[in-house]
Unconditional design. Structure first.
Length: 223
């Protein structure tokens, strides 16, 4: 589906799940769109969608729609493939004193907190989208056994480095602020001090893996 949310922008929504395969197809579509539409000013991939922004001097909605539809059909016919490179490794301390929802997530899953840590850190996650705050990456997919919906009422403040779960998504709060995800761990906040660096590291399609650390290592790393 292609819609036009602005005078020189188009939004392509692919009929696929917003998961690892979905973002792989969207990134393929992004490359095709840049080849087919050389006057594009920006492209923003997220989940199973691609937003393209063009120039008012060369924007022709009918032509744009035709070219994007052809590119989308082609990427849907191909096998999704993503070259994420080596995973970004993030040390995380799964300590109930640092993670106010860790015990609730464990109880909901019927396991201990150590098993939550094992399940959460046992997979490499794809960056499906970025947003909410500079460098905040929506990662997926969390093991279904520890998935939980976000809080009904968001907290007024979540500490920088907090690792949260919202349904099948997980992510790290790069800066202190409000948030409603279920908090299960903490990454040393010093690792997120440079906004430009974290934006560059957590681009859609990148791979992220969490590495469990103990409280002493967390404190030593600038937690």
């Amino acid at each position: 589906m292609i819609t036009f949310p602005g005078p020189v922008s188009a939004l392509v929504t692919l009929p696929v799940a917003p998961d690892r395969d979905g973002i792989a197809r969207v990134l393929r579509l992004e490359r095709s769109a840049r080849d087919a539409l050389p006057d594009l000013r920006a492209t923003i991939p997220a989940f199973n969608r691609l937003l393209v922004e063009g120039s008012p001097h060369s924007w022709d909605a009918t032509d744009i729609e035709s070219r994007l539809a052809a590119a989308a059909e082609k990427c849907l016919a191909e096998t999704p493939r993503i070259d994420a490179g080596d995973p970004v490794s993030l040390p995380v301390c799964y300590d109930p004193e640092l993670a106010s929802d860790l015990e609730d997530v464990a109880a909901n899953a019927g396991v201990g907190v150590a098993e939550v840590a094992r399940l959460h850190s046992g997979a490499a996650y794809a960056v499906l989208a970025t947003g909410f705050a500079p460098g905040f990456a929506y990662l997926g997919d969390v093991d279904a056994r520890i998935a939980m919906p976000r809080l009904t009422t968001p907290r007024p403040r979540v500490e920088a480095g907090a690792v949260g779960i919202a349904d099948r998504r997980t992510g790290v709060y790069p800066a202190a602020g409000p948030g409603g995800w279920r908090l299960i761990g903490r990454v040393p906040s010093a690792l997120f001090a440079d906004a430009a660096e974290r934006i560059a590291r957590f681009r859609p399609g990148a791979s992220v893996q969490f590495r469990p650390i103990d409280r002493d290592e967390y404190e030593a790393a600038g937690g």
